[in-house]
Structures are given as structure tokens and as C-alpha cells.
Design a protein around this ligand. Sequence first.
Ligand SMILES: *Cc1c(COP(=O)(O)O)cnc(C)c1O
Length: 377
Amino acid sequence: MVERSIETVLAQAIDAIDPATGGVVPPIQPSTTFARDDTHELVGDHVYSRYAAPTVDQVSRVLATIDGGADALLFSSGMGAITAFFATVPRGAHVVAQRVMYHGAQDWLRHLDARGDIELTLCDESDPAEPMASLRDDTAVLWIETPANPTWTVVDIAAAAAAAHRVGARVVVDSTVAPPVTTRPLELGADFVFHSATKYLNGHSDVLSGVLVAAAYDERWEEIWTVRKQLGAAPSAFDAWLLLRGLRTLAVRYARSSASAATIASHFVDHPAVEAVAYPGLPHHPGHGVAVRQMTGGFGGMLSLLVEGGFEAAQRTALATRVFITATSLGGVESLIEHRRAVEPPHSVVPENLLRLSVGLESVVDLIDDLEQALSS
Ligand SMILES: *Cc1c(COP(=O)(O)O)cnc(C)c1O
């Protein structure tokens, strides 16, 4: 059979046709428990849905395929996947993460560090040499987020993974903002990819879910499976089914969001009310060169505007939009705007005048007009 491209895998959701009816959409199998026959053999492949379940397995197969992994494990949220991963890190292990990254994940790492469960080093991801310089001979995990939320700093996955492997560390990439239609971290040397499937993968702001994809099916991976099973962070069948539905349009959603975000970034780059635009697709962005190599299917729908006038002006602008919805989260069909500093913890290094935009699928003309009127409010 011909090797199928990622767009085809997504659109057809691998084996989605229901063998029982010919339906081109798979049925939901919501059962929590699975019967045995009169010889005590299981009728199917499943026992109990906290361990594994048919609809969850189906979407996991698609996720493993599009990221080019040996296996994928779905969780009830992105943080469920992150906390499960760090539950398998040996006690006292040295972990390197970024100063700027998803704050919920960083807060959890700080918590583990404060408890003495790990020893955390936060590196300055805006300096290309720093993630490597922070590695030690005993570093167990390098956690990369690229583009890094919400400054969209680009980290060179291949270079960082090579350096981490020289000291024997495992590399995990939070690729939530760069789904596999644009970046495939396992092909660049990462050991695991993480996505908050709540964002682009589902894309409709109606499912909370997370996924870990492993390059190899090894002992560590088995331990992650055990943690999910024992901690109970398994997704529901309905959420898995919705995620499978959302994934089928990922490639077109991401392409459209990328095109609109690029148009918005270029439009506001020289705007008098805007001090700077952070977007990996802009040629002057510090990570643009790496992004061209690493984000082969578009630079995404996430960008930030650093507005003139500081905290107050940023807040006023976010509240004055009429098309962009003022809300947290990202990667959905509807465009969102958020004044990050107002919701970040006190130790945050995110600039006070930064507005994070998640560009959805509306008319780009409407989105630009909306930002223009909000900036002049
Ligand atoms: C949202 C998000 C997470 C956490 O995922 P949840 O599904 O909200 O638990 C982790 N990393 C990034 C980059 C995110 O945007």
C-alpha cells in the first residue's frame, strides 16, 4: 500500500468505517466494562475502560501515526498527561525546562522542585545556547516548548535533543502550538511529544484532553501507561470521539489559521499603537530561521502584540475587541485575545503589554478591523 500523507490519515481517521454498518463515521463505544464468554475469555480486546477502551484506542492510533510514534496515550487533559509523565521521573532527578513556557506546567515543576521530588533548572529559551548550557551529566529530562507560549520563542529541537542525548537525558517536546501538520518532534530526535489536545488537535473548544506520543515502546513508556491506569486520568469515550472528529479537519484549520495570523502579523508590525509583534513567521523574529526548518506546514495561528502604553493599554485593548473573544486557551475555530500578564502568576516574566492572539477561522478582514478599532479605543 502507498504511504499515506498526514492530510489523508487525518481526513479518513484510519479505519473510521464501521464494519458493522458501513457508516463512514465510527460509532462511540461508551462501555466501561467488557464481557467474558462462557470459557472466561474476553469477547473483545478490552477489560475495563480505565485501562483502555475502543474509541480511545482508535483516536490514539491516529495520534501515534501523525506524529510518527511507536504508541500514543490519551489522557483526560493536557495537565493529566504532564503530571503522569513527571510521576515516572526518578526522585531527585535534574529537570531542565524554560523560563517562558505554559505556566500550568511550569507551576507543577516548581511544586515538584519545592517538595524535593525533582531539581529544576529554568533556562532562558530566548538564548539558543542556554537549553544546552543548562544540561548536566545527571540531567534526566529536557522539557522543550516551541514556539514558547506566549512570546513564541523558537527552540531548535534537533540541536537541543542531540545535546540532551549526549548526557543521557530524555527529551520531551510540548508541541501543542505546533501540531504534527507542521512539526514532528520525534523525527527531530525527541523521545516523547506532548500535546494539549484541548487546543489545535480538537480545535473546537469543546474537549479537554492531552496526549503523549513515544518514539519507542520501552520500560519508561510502560510505566507511563501504568501511571495513567492507576491515577485514572483516562479520557471519556465521548471526548475521544469528539477529538477524532476534530482531528479530521486539523490540516485545513491549521493552514487557514496560519495564513490569517501571518496577514495580521504583517499588518500590525509597523502600527503606531504596537511596539512589537511576536510571530515566528515574521522574517525579523529571532527564531525565524529555525522555524522555517522546523515548522514546515505553517507558523500557526498564535501571535502576540506588544502594545504601546503598557499594562493599562493592553487591558483596555483586550476588553474593547468585538470579534476576538476575550478568553484564555487557544487553537479553536473562534479567535481569542488575552492580556496574559493579568492571568499569569506573580513570578511571570511575560511582558505587561503583551496581548496573546489565537487566530481562528473568521474573515481576516473582520479580525484586522476589530484589532484596529480596539487599539484606537
Ligand atoms: C493548554 C496547554 C497545556 C495544558 O493542557 P490542558 O489540556 O489545559 O490540561 C500545556 N501546554 C500548552 C502549551 C498549553 O497551551
